[in-house]
Design a protein around this ligand. Sequence first.
Ligand code: 26Y
Length: 799
Amino acid sequence: MATDINKAQFIKDFKDQLYEDFMVKNSDATAEEQFVALAKVIKNYVRPDWFRQKNGIVADKKKTAYYFSIEFLPGKMLQTNLLNLGIYRMVEAALAENGVALNDLVAAERDMALGNGGLGRLAACFMDSLATIGAPGFGNGIRYKYGLFKQKIVNGYQVELPDAWLSSEGNVWETKKPHSAVDVKIYGNVYLEPHDGGVLKPVYENVKTLHAVPYDMPQIGFQNGVVNNLRLWDVEIPEKYELDYPTLADRRRVEDITSVLYPDDSSREGQSLRLIQEYFMVSAGLQTIVKSYAKMGLPMTAIQEKVAVHINDTHPAMAVPELMRILMDDYGVKWSDAWTSTIAVMSYTNHTVLSEALEKWDAALFKEIVPRIHQIVGEIDRQFVAKWASKVDACVVDNTRIIRNGQIHMANLAIIGGHSVNGVAKLHTELLIEDVLKDFYTIFPEKFNNKTNGIVPRRWSQIANPKLSNLIDDLIGKGWRRDIHELKKLENLTSDTAVLAQLDLVKTANKQRLADYAKKMLGIELPVNAIFDVQVKRLHAYKRQLLNVMHIIKLYQDLKANSELELTPRVFIFGAKAAPGYHFAKSVIKIINELAALVNNDAEIGDKLKVVFLENYNVSLAELIIPAADVSEQISTAGKEASGTSNMKFMMNGALTLATLDGANIEIKDAVGEDNIIIFGMDKNAVYDHYQKHDYNARAIYDNNPEIKRVVDAFVDGTIPNIHYEGHEIWDALVSYNDEYFLLEDFDDYVKKQAELATLYANDKQTWQQKALINIANSERFSSDDTIELYAKEIWEIN
Ligand code: 26Y
C-alpha cells in the first residue's frame, strides 16, 4: 500500500524517477519535470491495486458498472491522487525538505478538460466516488487530443484557442494498452445472409475500419486501496488497414475522430464527425466489455448479471443497438434474448429539458455511417410500435417511437432500450415525468427515478479550501474528512461568536487569494471587505447572466445619480465560456467586459463596485474562485437548469445562495431552511403558467416600469462604451422578442433580494456567518459518494 511508504523511500523513488526520465538531479529539474516524475511515482504506487481491481472483474466474476460518457472533466489530478492515497502531507513535507514546493508542481500540471461543463464534471466526480465507495465502476470515453477550447478575452470579446492539454510527455497518468485494441467498423453496406437453421448473419461490404486503442487512467478511492479504471479511446491506422485510407486527407479525417471535444453546451447542432465519435467510443467500449464477460465462462444471455452500462445523456445511446449487434452477430444470441439482456444492462440519465439539446440524427446520415446499427434501430422501432400500438393512444406511440419524420431520437432509443431513466434533481425528474417525457411515463412508469446530483467533497472542500478545512478540523475533529456527514456537527456551533469570527477570517483570506490572482491577471485591486458576488458557469441565455448584468447597471446608475448613496461595496465576479457558435452568449461576454471597464475606471464609483470577468473558467479556476465567494448566483429561469452542481460547491464553501426555485436550488433550500438561502422570482409553475396562457408581455413591463426601462436602455443609449451591435441584440432579445427567459418579470424581486442581502452583510456580519456555517454544515447532503451509492444500489445493482 502506498500509505506504507515513508519519506526516505519516497524521496529515493522520486529522485530515481527524475534520473530515469530526464537524467537530471532534483536541484536542476524544472517544475514540469518534477511534476512528471512525481506523477509516475504515484502511478507506480497504485499499480498493484489498479491491476488487482481490473483483473478481479473476471477472476471474481464481479458485477461491474461502466459509465459511458462522451465527456470527462477532472481538471488536475495530482492533489486528488495524493490525498486519496493518504500520502499528501508526507509527500509535501518530503519535497519541502528537498527544496521543492508541492504547489509549484501542482501549477505545472495541465487541466484535463475533456468536457464542456456540468455533465462532464459530474462524470469526473462520479469516478472518484465510485472508487471511494469501493464499487467496481469503470469509465469509458474518448481521449481527445484537444480539450474544451481555451478562452482568451481580446478587446472584450471571447477568442477560442485550441487546448493542447497533452504535453510532450502525453498524459502522465495514463497507460496505453495496445494489446487491448479493438476494431470498429463504419460506412459500407450491410446485408443479411441466411445461415444454418435460418439464422441471418450480416455481410459487410466496403467498410472502413477504425482501430481503437485504449488509454487507461487510475481512479483512486479515498484511502481505501481501491483503484478503478477510466478508459479513454484513441484511434490509429495500423498497417493492415492502410488501404482504407490511401490519401493524407483520408488519414486526417480519421485522426479528427479523437481530435477535439464537441465544444458545445446544448446550443448547436451536431455533424457526422460527432456521430462517428459517439459510435467509436460506444463500440470499442462494449466490444471490450463483452469480451471480458465472455472470459467468465457464463452464458451470454446472463450478461446483465455481471454488466451494467450507464448512458450519460444521449451521446452514448448507440450502446443499445451496439450491444444488440455484438450479442447477435458476434455471439449468436437470438433477438429476443439479446433484447431482454440489453434492457437489463442499460440505464440512462437525462441532463436537460432544453429541446435543442435533445439529440436527433438524420436517419439517412445515420444509415450511411452505421448501416448495421441503423438496421437494428429500425427493428427496435418496428417492434416497439407493433407492441404498443394496440395498448396506448396513437399519439403516445408517435411521440415515443425512435424513428420519426426521418430523424432518430436518441433519448427515445435510450429509454426504450434500458430499464432506468433518471433526472438529476427532484424538480427536473418531475418535469421529465410531467412534461418532457410524459408519454414515456404512461408507457414505462417503472423506469423513472430521480438521482439528485452531488459533488465529490474531497476536491471541493479539502483541496479547494485548505483554510476552511483546517478550521473545521479544529472545531469538530478530522472525522469529516472521511465521513462528510460529520459536517452536521457544525450546526451546534452557530451561536459561538468566536467560531463565526474565525469563519470570517478564513473567508477573507480566500478572498485575498482570489484578489491576488485578479491583480495578477487583470491589474485590478479587489477590496476584500466588499461582498464577493459570483456567477461562474457556461454562458447560456437560460442561466441569465444578463439578469446579473442588469442589476449591476442599476447599481451603477443609482450611484451616478447620487454619489452619496449608501451602498455595501460589491465585487461582481464572472467566469463563463460561450459555445463558439452561440452569438448571443458571446455578446453577453462582450457586454460584461465593457461594463467592467466602465465601472472599474470610474473614479466616482471607486471601490463601491468592481466587475471582473476571469477568462478561461475551468476546474482549477473554480477551485480558486468558489472558496472566495460570499454570494452564489444560481438565477436560471425556473424549470430550465436540470440541477446545477456549482450551487453545491459554493454552499460547501460557505457562500449564501441567491437563487430561483430551480434544479437542486430547491433541495439546497430544503437542506438549509428558507432563512439561510435567498430565493426570488417566479417558480416553475408561474413560468409554465405563462407558457400555457401565452400572456407574457415584456414590452408592457418595459413601458410601465421606468427603472427597468432605464436599465434596458443602457444597452443601446451609449451608457456602455465600446459596444456595437451587442447592445441592440440584447435589447431586442429582451423587448422585441419578448424576453424568452423572463428576466424583466424577475428583475424587481431580484433587485429587492440583492438589496436585502447587502444590508445584512453590511450590518450584521455575525448573522451572515451564521448562515454560512449552516450552509457548510448541510452541504453534506450533496456528496456524490451518496449519489453514486444510490445509482449502484437502485440502478446498477452492484455491490
Ligand atoms: C448534444 C449536445 C448539443 C450537447 C452537448 C453538451 C448537449 C448537452 C451537453 C451538456 C449538458 C450539460 O452539461 N448539462 C448539465 O448537466 C449537469 C449535470 O447533470 C446539470 O447539473 C446541469 O444543470 C445541466 O445543465
